[in-house]
Design a protein around this ligand. Structure first.
Ligand code: C5P
Length: 399
């Protein structure tokens, strides 16, 4: 498959043990049709030599910002303009921090600031460094700046630890890089996406809700927007930035979400229900804060409307996609919902694995339809959003 034909990829190599895999990455990107140039940070050169990457890429490797000879041959601004994608692999914790704060103290960081191309990072570090609050904050900052995050994977590490922080394998990175360019096939299609939790009021200060972060729905909205769709995002309370040019409607309860969704149906081609809608709400909402007077108390609940089922039974029915978050027998429960709710596709998510699902940044899912299924391996929700939009687009076009 030559999905990167005519694409110019600037590979940034930073200092980490996975730097040796940059050699393999260059080969895999070339196999997919890309032309590759390389920038190395000073720390990267302690792990692998510029000569190796020069020989593999077939182009001089760029290392210094203040090298007048190199600048004369191809300056940092030209490099920034040359790239269709800047792929930083491995991306160390230090480089993520510098990228998040917009530093321009070496060639790679400067090119990242100067470029209009998409930037993707493949984080690679010790699991403790990856889990550290500072790294996680930097990650959120980078995601909010539209930096794509490929991986990291989970498993045994060079330092002997086991956990998240392994750089994604070169072939998988090349596939992820290809997907950055594949998108763009939903021009003029109107998509409505629900996201986040709902809150079901008990009294003026209390509610019933769940742990949904909304990250998957927001990533889908971003990917659909990038693919040319016009996107309406109907979301419960979440602390996420709205993707640019997406129309956002904020709701609290399932009933409000239901109403907002039904109102959009006259202008909806594709509906994606990624919200974790509360199945029940209190039968009545107390006017005043309920006082603690008894040892036990009972709240009577009543079923909420099934929003997605109402969408798929609506006379103005759009192409309808649901999610199934399951902890066991994931596929069979998901197929049951596909049938019962009369969906076109269902995206099944194993939430018993805490590395993926509800509140995490990564996810792995299966897309299931009547007579088929495709599994999408673990990656960032942001990148998975792009894969899902591609998959959804293919099925929508066939219909
Ligand atoms: O039945 P279950 O809640 O597992 O189904 C999940 C799918 O149904 C998701 O797509 C979710 O957004 C949707 N749903 C809904 N309204 C509800 C409950 C779930 O739209 N009341």
């Amino acid at each position: 498959m030559q999905q990167l034909t005519n694409k110019q990829i600037l590979v940034g190599v930073t200092g980490g043990i996975a730097a040796y895999k940059a050699a393999e990455l260059i080969r895999r990107l070339q196999d997919h049709g890309a032309t590759v140039r390389v920038i190395m940070t000073k720390a990267a050169q302690a792990f692998i030599t510029p000569l190796t990457l020069q020989a593999l890429s077939g182009n001089p490797v760029h290392c210094d910002l203040l090298d007048s000879e190199a600048e004369a041959a191809m300056g940092h601004i030209e490099l920034a303009r040359w790239a269709d994608l800047v792929l930083i692999a491995p991306a160390s914790a230090d480089f993520m921090a510098r990228l998040a704060t917009g530093q321009a103290d070496d060639l790679l960081a400067t090119v990242c600031l100067a470029t209009n191309a998409s930037i993707a990072i493949a984080p690679s570090m010790n699991q403790g460094m990856w889990r550290d609050q500072s790294t996680q904050q930097n990650l959120q900052t980078l995601i909010s700046k539209q930096v794509l995050v490929f991986g990291p994977g989970d498993g045994s590490q060079a330092c002997g630890d086991i956990g998240p922080g392994r750089m994604m394998e070169p072939e998988q990175l090349a596939v992820e890089a290809s997907s950055v360019f594949k998108i763009g096939s939903l021009d003029g299609v109107k998509i409505v996406i629900t996201a986040g939790p709902t809150r079901e009021a008990i009294d003026p200060v209390r509610y019933i809700s769940n742990h949904s972060s909304g990250k998957m729905g927001f990533a889908l909205a971003q990917a659909a927007m990038d693919a040319g769709a016009s996107v309406t995002l109907i979301t419960g309370p979440v602390s996420l930035q709205t993707p640019e040019r997406v129309t956002r409607i904020d709701i609290n309860s399932a009933a409000e979400m239901h109403q907002a969704v039904i109102e959009t149906l006259p202008v909806c081609d594709i509906f994606i229900g990624s919200a974790a809608v509360a199945d029940y709400r209190p039968t009545s909402i107390a006017d005043q804060k309920i006082k603690k007077s008894t040892e036990t108390m009972t709240i009577e609940l009543v079923r909420n409307p099934d929003i997605i089922a109402d969408v798929s039974n609506h006379p103005q029915r759009p192409f309808t996609i649901g999610f199934a978050a399951e902890t066991q027998d994931v596929e069979s429960y998901a197929r049951g919902k596909l049938e019962k709710k009369k969906l076109d596709l269902i995206i099944a998510n194993d939430v018993s694995n805490t590395a993926i699902g509800f509140n995490s940044d990564n996810n792995a899912v299966s897309v299931i339809w009547n007579d088929g299924k495709v599994s999408l391996p673990m990656t960032s929700k942001q990148q998975l959003g792009r894969h899902l939009i591609e998959e959804i687009c293919q099925h929508y076009r066939k219909k």
